[in-house]
Design a protein around this ligand. Structure first.
Ligand SMILES: *Cc1c(COP(=O)(O)O)cnc(C)c1O
Length: 379
């Protein structure tokens, strides 16, 4: 699914000395590399504060802790996402409220959010699934009207832009009150272990969060709030700082691979290629609104699992993200849920298939993959 070695070979002249420097300095925790990366990421995202942490799941949890959400507060999120999003809501004894997604872009459905709001609702967590933003303009309007926080799960869309109706562009993860991301190795900006970060433009929230990631300490050995231990280590920061200048080019490589998949697959009967949602009226030739963390097809009238098996037999790795809706997972099932409210997710889990997607995909690989799919479908 991913080719991390190929990408490493291209940048090892920068990455290796940078890792070496951390080892020589022995500044393994909170070393200068962490600060440098933080500053560079703030600049790249055009956001006031980046707070690095240990992984993307922690980033979400700490964002919710920072906002002061309390047990019993309801937090609305998508039924069709990686479990980490709902896991941290439950872990903090908040009440997860899962809602359906859109059939076209797989992102949280606006009407479903509206329907789910109660007097106990305190936050919405849109997930920018597979590399493209949820409808943030509508979500921020709802949040404003109901006085809710918005926490963006940006683990899959770092570097993507969100374009407002008037054409203004901002980076994914910097629109809500707070954003969270992951630097897991296979993410669009991945390190060589675990890593994550929280983004916000709010000075007070940033201050609160900086304490929470460090045992609730704002002054050495004074613990004002209950915190956690969640740090990005300096070696990972060195890797990320070396890769950040390449992020746009990495995302471009993914977009080019996606277009090549599209060119062949869009006309194949039974296959629905991924939609790029157009949110503004401007011409969008060079659009960075979808950064293709995953290239996810839907199949209709084709047995998805047999197709996956066939591709695997031909040596093509492919993934099913995600095979089970969260509301049907044992840990998150709840009698409050009504199956009729999850029509789209229940359908998508049977139809989706994600093809190999990374920065090193070449034309021969893409041709082999698309030919294998078309000849399977055409019999
Ligand atoms: C990867 C991912 C996370 C969690 O990130 P980790 O760094 O693995 O903890 C959270 N949400 C989504 C949508 C993800 O894809």
């Amino acid at each position: 699914m991913v080719d991390l070695k190929g990408q490493y070979d291209d940048i090892k002249d920068v990455v290796n000395p940078s890792i070496q420097e951390v080892i020589e300095n022995t500044a393994f925790i909170n070393g200068p590399k962490v600060h440098e990366f933080q500053k560079n990421l703030e600049q790249y995202l055009n956001v006031k504060h980046v707070i690095p942490c240990a992984n993307g799941t922690d980033a979400l949890q700490i964002a919710m802790m920072g906002l002061g959400l309390k047990p019993g507060d309801e937090v609305i999120t998508a039924d069709f996402t990686f479990a980490a999003t709902v896991e941290v809501i439950a872990l903090l004894n908040l009440t997860p409220v899962l809602v359906d997604v859109n059939e076209d872009d797989f992102n949280i459905n606006i009407e479903a959010i509206r329907k789910a709001i109660t007097p106990r609702t305190k936050a919405i967590v849109p997930v920018h699934l597979f590399g493209q933003c949820a409808n943030m303009e509508a979500i921020m309007d709802i949040a404003k009207a109901h006085n809710l926080y918005v926490i963006e799960d940006n683990a899959q869309a770092i570097g993507a832009s969100y374009t407002y109706k008037d054409g203004t562009k901002v980076k994914a993860g910097t629109i809500g009150h707070v954003g969270a991301t992951s630097f897991f190795p296979s993410k669009n900006l991945g390190c060589y272990g675990d890593g994550g970060a929280i983004f916000t433009n709010d000075d007070d929230l940033a201050h609160t969060i900086r304490g929470i990631v460090n045992h609730g300490m704002y002054e050495r050995y004074h613990h004002d709030v209950v915190g956690v231990n969640s740090r990005l280590d300096s070696i990972q920061a060195a890797v990320l700082d070396a890769k950040l200048p390449h992020l746009d080019q990495y995302n471009k490589a993914r977009q080019i691979a996606a277009s090549k998949y599209d060119d062949v697959l869009k006309s194949v009967e039974g296959i629905i290629t991924p939609v790029r949602t157009k949110r503004c009226d401007k011409a969008c030739d060079n659009c960075d609104c979808h950064v293709f963390h995953q290239y996810t097809l839907r199949v209709k009238g084709v047995d998805r699992d047999t197709l996956v098996k066939h591709l695997n037999e031909k040596g093509i790795p492919c993934g099913v993200y995600y095979p089970i809706p969260l509301h049907k997972q044992k840990a998150y099932a709840d009698t409050r849920y009504n199956e009729a409210d999850f029509k789209v997710t229940n359908q998508l889990v049977k139809e989706v298939i994600s093809l190999p997607m990374h920065t090193e995909l070449d034309d021969d690989q893409i041709e082999f993959i698309t030919t294998t799919i078309t000849s399977y479908i055409n019999g």
